[in-house]
Design a protein around this ligand. Structure first.
Ligand SMILES: C[S@@+](CC[C@H](N)C(=O)[O-])C[C@H]1O[C@@H](n2cnc3c(N)ncnc32)[C@H](O)[C@@H]1O
Length: 298
């Protein structure tokens, strides 16, 4: 910020004015969230939160800051999701790099992390438990678990090399290169069929292609390999369950995110699979069935 000495005749705006103008411009894409998004863009630029924006409302911005903001707004007005425009997202208290190489981590997936942490063996009962995160995307689940449980090792896999490169950047930035291993490949096919994992977690693609409930911005901007499964939506989840039953140690847990209408099909599938017991499906904060946990018994 400053008085723009290079452009003394240009009218400069205050932070407060720019905040209002940005919110008005974003209304077309952000609707009721326009003011919130305006604060996120301005805060990103000024490196501060909304309270400080209020406290600094009467200060002028520089022409260069105005230009940078105009570019961010123009990018957002294409419909690109805010997290991709900002290049960062917060997940389970971690600041993650976020771009179109991987799905934007969702708040409901934080619940998947919380449930997984709850199912992990106690540090006193298992030394250095091994977790597998299938379809790691940005690395959000793997890194959040590693952050919360310093005793665990995590193998994070993805079929998509772009996603793995982003996960690698996040892993390096957050200092988890020693405890989080990244592997390329489909589902769990890269592992020898022998029990080694204490917990397998996944947020697999589970949307049926053509589902009319999917936001336009997801279709236009997020990787389709991260979103869409096959015609039932359950192909990848069932493939993972079939493979996980030989890779989990007896007593180990499989934890997965799932689609809002898939609960009955999943319960029916598990009823005919004696390797699995105690299936529980948790609802998310919107009261939608969202997280499956099931235990390998034999
Ligand atoms: C819904 S995204 C989840 C990304 C991240 N874990 C999250 O929670 O935000 C699914 C991820 O699985 C990957 N994927 C899709 N099919 C896969 C498969 N058969 N095996 C492994 N990964 C797969 C995609 O590339 C994508 O990164």
């Amino acid at each position: 910020m400053g008085d723009s000495p290079d452009f003394p005749h240009l009218p400069v705006m205050t932070i407060g004015e720019l905040r209002c103008e940005t919110a008005a411009r974003l209304r077309a894409v952000a609707g009721d969230l326009a003011a919130f998004e305006a604060d996120r863009l301005l805060g990103h630029l000024m490196k501060c939160g909304p309270t400080e924006l209020t406290l600094r409302a009467a200060l002028s911005v520089t022409v260069s800051e105005e230009d940078q903001l105009a570019r961010l707004i123009a990018n957002r007005l294409t419909g690109r999701p805010l997290a991709y425009v900002l290049g960062h997202v917060e997940f389970y208290g971690l600041d993650l790099l976020c771009d179109s190489r991987a799905l934007i981590p969702r708040p409901e997936t934080e619940e998947l992390v919380a449930v997984s942490l709850d199912r992990l063996p106690d540090p006193a009962s298992v030394i250095r438990p091994l977790i597998v995160d299938v379809g790691t995307g940005s690395g959000n689940i793997a890194l959040a678990i590693a952050q919360q449980r310093p005793d665990v090792r995590v193998i994070a896999t993805d079929i998509d090399h772009g996603a793995l490169s982003l996960a690698g950047e996040n892993r390096r930035r957050l200092g988890f290169s020693g405890r989080v291993t990244l592997l390329a490949g489909r589902s769990l096919a890269m592992f020898r069929p022998a029990p080694f994992a204490d917990l397998i977690v996944s947020n697999p693609p589970y949307v049926v292609p053509g589902d009319p409930n999917i936001d336009r911005s997801v279709i236009d901007f997020e990787p389709h390999v991260a979103v869409f499964a096959g015609p039932s939506g359950l192909e990848i989840l069932f493939e993972l369950l079939a493979e996980a039953q030989t890779l989990l140690k007896p007593g180990g847990w499989f934890v997965s995110e799932m689609g809002y209408d898939q609960g009955n099909n999943i319960r029916d599938f598990l009823l005919t699979r004696p390797a699995w017991a105690e299936p529980v499906i948790y609802r998310d904060l919107a009261c939608i069935e969202r997280i499956l946990t099931v235990q390998r018994v034999c």
